[in-house]
Design a protein around this ligand. Structure first.
Ligand SMILES: Cc1ncc(COP(=O)(O)O)c(C=O)c1O
Length: 372
């Protein structure tokens, strides 16, 4: 039985409004061809979950499927698809321009930096990664293992983003960010085109009638927007997309309520480390502000409980990777939320386990209910 936790749900009044093409299909086809040619490429599994807790017999969804990104390229998360692809694209373009001494940089809460560092090693360029105060040592070590220099800076994720920018300008480095803002969209667009491979595989693997609902977690929203664009292209009618964020870092939720990109400040404290972002990505907002059906803000306890529930079902999904499923489980157990989202016993739900165990110590503490 799902333990009930307080959560917020906002139904998007702008859902379905036509808008900009944020990720053109030609860019996705290039990304897919490039990534499928990387050594070790294999689609990650799409698995059926056992009856996910629901309020009563017959009231759950018909099925819930999890796209498990744990095995992705041995890096442990879907982020392997984005940052590394953007590095490859950028370095190739600079070499065409005759530049050989490229240094790439970014801020990260773990997974994106690991991908950028991996891509830099493959592309043969230098790499400097900025992390904020609370990024775990395990995640720092995993980035450094690819030969990147890792610099820890005071403050939160958004402070690390600003420091990476400042240093890049001062030193002539290239920022490979997973978030976009006015005047900086080309690189994050490549990152998001890479993420679409995850959604493309899920659509290929999906057997039977199309999904009706997709619950996907968001930090800056790049992953969720890539999923949104891609599933709209692959399924008609497209599934209802629900964006799930930590209560303390719900910048897309607040943007939806305000109907404009909105920044959330503070320490952004959450165990869902990859989702601790206070500023929505511009490209992500342009897609999700009109394509998302709903937005949820959920507490840490719901993620922790879902991590344990999945572990008990034989699936090792990390604390950021479980958020979409945690959102679904909360909604499924709440009569009003079910009604507002149109969840019924016939619903077919897709969730993305966007990371496996990317930090063993953190994962074990949550799994064993020890303080994090
Ligand atoms: C495991 C995991 N899931 C989801 C996300 C969210 O991605 P985005 O910031 O593009 O919304 C992240 C971001 O770091 C992540 O590490």
């Amino acid at each position: 039985m799902t333990v009930r936790h307080p959560f917020r749900l906002f139904i998007n009044p702008n859902h379905g409004t036509p808008g900009l093409v944020v990720l053109p299909d030609a860019g996705f086809r290039r990304a897919r061809a490039a990534i499928a040619a990387w050594p070790g490429y294999a689609p990650t599994p799409l698995v059926d979950l056992p009856a996910v807790d629901a309020p009563g017999p017959g009231e759950g969804a018909a099925l819930v499927r999890l796209k498990d990104e744990g095995p992705r390229f041995g890096l442990g998360s879907f982020k392997a698809l984005g940052g590394a692809y953007a590095v490859e694209t950028l370095v190739a373009a600079e070499r065409v321009r005759g530049r050989t001494d490229v240094t790439v940089t970014c801020a990260t809460d773990g997974n994106h930096g690991r991908s950028v560092a991996w891509g830099a090693r493959r592309a043969g360029c230098r790499c400097v990664i900025f992390v904020h105060e609370t990024v775990s040592q395990g995640r720092v070590d995993a980035i450094a293992a690819f030969g990147a220099r890792v610099v820890r800076v005071p403050g939160n994720y958004d402070d690390a983003v600003r420091e990476a920018d400042r240093q890049a300008q001062a030193n002539g480095w290239f920022v490979v960010s997973d978030t976009s803002y006015p005047g900086y969209t080309e690189v994050p667009r490549s990152v998001m085109q890479g993420y679409r491979v995850m959604a493309d595989e899920a659509a290929d693997q999906w057997a039977g009638p199309a999904p009706t609902h997709v619950f996907v977690q968001a930090g800056v929203g790049g992953a969720a927007a890539a999923v949104s664009v891609h599933l709209r292209a692959r399924f008609n009618p497209s599934p209802k997309l629900v964006i799930v964020e930590p209560e303390t870092a719900a910048c897309l939720y607040e943007s939806a309520v305000a109907n404009a990109p909105t920044v959330v400040g503070g320490a952004l404290e959450t165990i869902m480390a990859g989702l601790a972002c206070g500023e929505p990505s511009l490209l992500a907002w342009q897609e999700l502000g009109r394509a998302a059906f709903g937005f949820m803000a959920i507490p840490d306890e719901a993620a922790a409980e879902t991590l344990r529930w999945l572990a008990g079902s034989g699936h090792s999904v990390g604390e950021s990777g479980v958020a979409g499923l945690a959102g679904y489980r909360l909604a499924a157990a709440d009569e009003a939320a079910r009604r507002r989202l149109g969840l019924t016993a016939d619903s077919r739900v897709l969730v993305f386990g966007t990371e496996g165990v990317t930090d063993r110590a953190v994962y074990d503490r949550i799994r064993n209910q020890l303080p994090t």
